[in-house]
Structures are given as C-alpha cells and as structure tokens.
Design a protein around this ligand. Structure first.
Ligand SMILES: Cc1ncc(COP(=O)(O)O)c(C=O)c1O
Length: 472
C-alpha cells in the first residue's frame, strides 16, 4: 500500500499540474514575475523544520506560477519550443515514479529496452542508417558534444593517433569546417572538445543562411589532415537548410582524394531533421543519410518535455570508444547497447521513455501530420504577415519566420522592430523572441507546438499588428 505522504503528494501534484495545463491558452503566455521576484517569494532562510510533502508542493506552485512562461500555448513562439504531448507527459511522470537508472541493462532492463526501441523508431522515422547508435542526451547541445567527441577521435585515429589515451597533447591539428550560420552550440561543443571555437573554418552562407557549396569545395581543397565537416538542417533563425546532398558529394570527393579515411560529416538538425518524418518538406534534408553522425532534439518538434536531445552516430563502436564507460562496446543482455556507452553520463534518467510514448501515440502518420501542420501554420503566418502594413518578412522556411518592421519618421527600422517586440511581449497574448539576422535586429517566430492552430495564427498576427499600429 502506498504510504500516506506519497499518496497525498501525488494527489496534489496531479491537481496542480491539471490546473496549470487547464489554464493554457487562457492566461498570458509571458511570465508576470521575473526571477528576482520569484526568488523573493521563496523562504529566504533555510527552515529548520520540515513540512508535509503535499504542503511543500502547494507552496512551490504558489511561488513558481507567477514566473512560469506559457510554453504549452500554441502562441508561445520563442526559441524552438515544443509543447508537451499528453502521451509524453504521462510517460514522463512514470519515469519519475519508476526512477530507473537508464544506463545499465543488466540492472534496469525495462528502461534500457524501451529507450532502445525508441531509438530504432527514430532511425526509421528520420530514415537514417539502421546500424547507428542512438543516445538520449539532455538536448542538442549535449548531442553536438557527444557526436563531436566521436568525430574528433575517429579522424585522429585515421592518422594513428589515440586521443582516448593521450588526449590532445601532441595530436595532429583537426580541421573543423562549418557554415558561417552554424548554431552557437556547435562552437561551445568545440570548446568542450578542446578544439577551440575560433579555430573553426567558417564557410560563407547565402541570404537564407545556407552554406555555399563552391566555397566548401574550395576550402576542402586546401585542407590536409583530419577534417570534420558540419552541415545544418534548419537554421535556428530563418529555418534555412544547408544543401546537404551537395555537401555529401563534396565530402565524398575529398574522401576519394585521400589515402586515409580522415573525413567526418556531421549534421546538426536539432529541429530541422524532423522534416524527414513529415511529407511535404522532406526533400530539404535529402542526403542526410550519408552523414556519419547527427544531432536532433525531441524536446523541440517531437513535443516531449524537457530535457531530451538525440545524438546519433553511424558506427556505435566509434562512439563507445570515444565516450563509453568501458573501453569496448559491450552490449547489454539481448544485444541491446548499454546507454552508458551512448551518452556522456553514467547515472541518468530514462528520458527516452517519453519519446517512445510520443511516437507510439502519434504513429508514423500522426508525426508526419504534426510536422507538416507546424510548417503549414508557419506558412499561413508568414503569408498574413506579408499583407500586414509596416511588417516585412525577412526569412521564412519550414516552421521558422523572421520579421522586421518598417522605419517611421522618428524610429529606424531596427528601433521600431524592437519597440514592436517589447509591446507584443508586454501585452502577453503571444511570445515571439528576438534575434540578430544578417546584422540587423529581428523578431523571430518558431511554430513548434503541436497545439498551434489557425486561431493562434490569427491572434499572433493581430497582436503584431496592434503593436505596429501603436508604434506608428
Ligand atoms: C540547430 C540547433 N542546434 C542546436 C541547438 C541547441 O539545442 P538545445 O537547446 O536543445 O541544446 C539548437 C537550438 O535551437 C538548434 O536550433
């Protein structure tokens, strides 16, 4: 029988979570309190006596709620923010209740098996090589780091250098080639991997932020030695895709010229790779299956709760050698890899279980619909904004849009764009975020929530139009 404290705590958590979710779409999407205000509402001094768990949860929610952003709303457009599918939310609760350490199949067979099954489905949905290792990281940052460590070690191993044993002391130089619009987390991963953010060779991009293939060809012709080439499926601002198939051809051409296999091709598709699970925009990511490793995120477009990224490496042995806890790739019973050899953590939450539940609930068709719907809503939004006086659409691809506002006699275009964003956020009916695109301030809108519908699109346009009219 469940003890009384657990029973009461679960009841209260259930009640509070339901109330929070029921308010989605009714309350403002912006937090009304800032972090300092929330901090001030928490007990300042550490209490010497405890409190009943259920009462703790009530106090916690009362302090937190003013400072919670409405990420579950279809009008929350900041960053690339998925909502939470009911299946994934329920599974996430079970993950906490089950409290398994999803690293070792011998000890925690269900968690490891379910994550493995989720990984196989992801390879199927994204149409990536079935032999690949799939790890569930905290996010795309973690996936970019895990995959980079595998890439670094593989290209150095091709030169007979054992980075696992010797680190980078005395290693040959590794060339890292990225598009000029590569996501900032890749540069952070380069720092973590000891390769340095500033050493990356940046290839120019076009007006949509896509790598220019002829510039990549020219760069690779001059580069000798171990080389990692990055491509991006989905620019975090305007959604643009690097020309992946062309980049794969250029990488293959380099491989053909080399006497050693010292070239690695990685694709960061934190949200954009999901177009391969949809119908209408798949071709943007054609050729992705030719890479050696991939980054994706489940907490973005798959709409599972934070935190859940996906790192995929074609050769599981390479990954296990780079980050595994043991030197060799040792499968758990039943031929299932131990997650401890797939991600850089030892003890970890079974964050792949909500992924399994989300995919099981959607099915292949439901996920394709979720992705295509997001793109359709974003296309409607961009089309309506193009008709709005005082607004211009600067970039729009798949689920991402960047807009700017026209100048007035007293405010420059950038100043007015800032004014408009501030007014929209202050009103709180929708929540876009800011960016700098091609050197100019912009408002970015990311449609990644499974709930965003036509009414949300109209409301977002109306909110922006009110702000523009107010800033004329
Ligand atoms: C292309 C790309 N890579 C990496 C990331 C980082 O993702 P995360 O915040 O899950 O680490 C993002 C986030 O938007 C992204 O768009």
């Amino acid at each position: 029988m469940l003890d009384a404290d657990s029973d009461a705590a679960l009841d209260v958590a259930n009640e509070l979570a339901r109330a929070w979710l029921a308010g989605t779409g009714q309350r403002l999407v912006t937090a009304s309190a800032d972090a300092a205000t929330v901090l001030a509402s928490l007990p300042a001094a550490l209490p010497s006596t405890g409190m009943e768990p259920a009462a703790v949860l009530r106090e916690l929610a009362a302090c937190a709620e003013p400072g919670l952003a409405g990420t579950g709303s279809g009008r929350y457009l900041a960053l690339v923010t998925g909502g939470v599918l009911p299946s994934a939310l329920g599974a996430d609760w079970l993950v906490s209740a089950w409290d398994q350490n999803a690293s070792f199949g011998e000890l925690y067979p269900a968690a490891v098996a379910i994550e493995h099954a989720a990984g196989r489905w992801i390879l199927d949905l994204l149409d990536l090589p079935e032999e690949s290792a799939v790890g569930f990281t905290t996010g795309a940052q973690g996936a970019n780091t895990a995959t980079l460590l595998a890439a670094r070690n593989a290209v150095l191993a091709a030169h007979g250098y054992d980075v696992e044993a010797h680190g980078l002391q005395g290693a040959p130089r590794v060339n890292v080639v990225v598009g000029d619009e590569q996501h900032s987390t890749v540069f952070r991963s380069l720092r973590f991997a000891g390769l340095g953010a500033d050493t990356a060779i940046r290839i120019p991009t076009d007006e949509q932020g896509r790598m220019i293939p002829s510039a990549l060809t020219a760069a690779l012709e001059t580069l000798d030695g171990p080389t990692i080439v990055y491509a991006q499926a989905g620019n975090v601002n305007g959604g643009g895709f690097d020309p992946i198939a062309e980049i794969a051809d250029i990488v293959d051409a380099r491989r053909g010229r080399r006497s050693v296999d010292d070239t690695w091709f990685h694709i960061d598709g934190a949200f954009g790779l999901w177009v391969r699970a949809g119908h209408r925009h798949r071709s943007l990511a054609d050729g992705s299956e030719r890479a050696d490793s991939w980054t994706c995120d489940a907490h973005k477009w798959l709409n599972v709760p934070y935190d859940c990224g996906i790192s995929i490496v074609r050769d599981p042995q390479v990954l296990a050698r780079a980050i595994g806890l043991k030197a060799a790739y040792l499968p758990a019973p039943g031929g299932i890899p131990n997650p401890v050899d797939l991600v850089p953590e030892a003890s970890r939450r079974a964050r792949g279980i909500p992924v399994w539940a989300a995919i099981r609930a959607l099915g292949r068709d439901g996920l394709a619909d979720l992705i295509d719907r997001g793109c359709d809503r974003a296309a409607e939004l961009a089309a309506q904004l193009r008709q709005s006086a005082g607004i211009h659409v600067r970039a729009a691809e798949i689920n991402q849009i960047i807009i700017g506002c026209d100048a007035t006699p007293t405010r420059s275009a950038q100043e007015r764009t800032q004014d408009v964003l501030e007014a929209v956020v202050a009103e709180g009916d929708c929540y876009p975020s800011s960016t700098v695109w091609k050197g100019e301030f912009g408002i970015r809108l990311s449609v990644s929530n499974w709930r965003t519908d036509e009414d949300d699109v109209s409301a977002i346009v109306a909110s922006l139009e009110r702000a523009v009219a107010g800033s004329a």
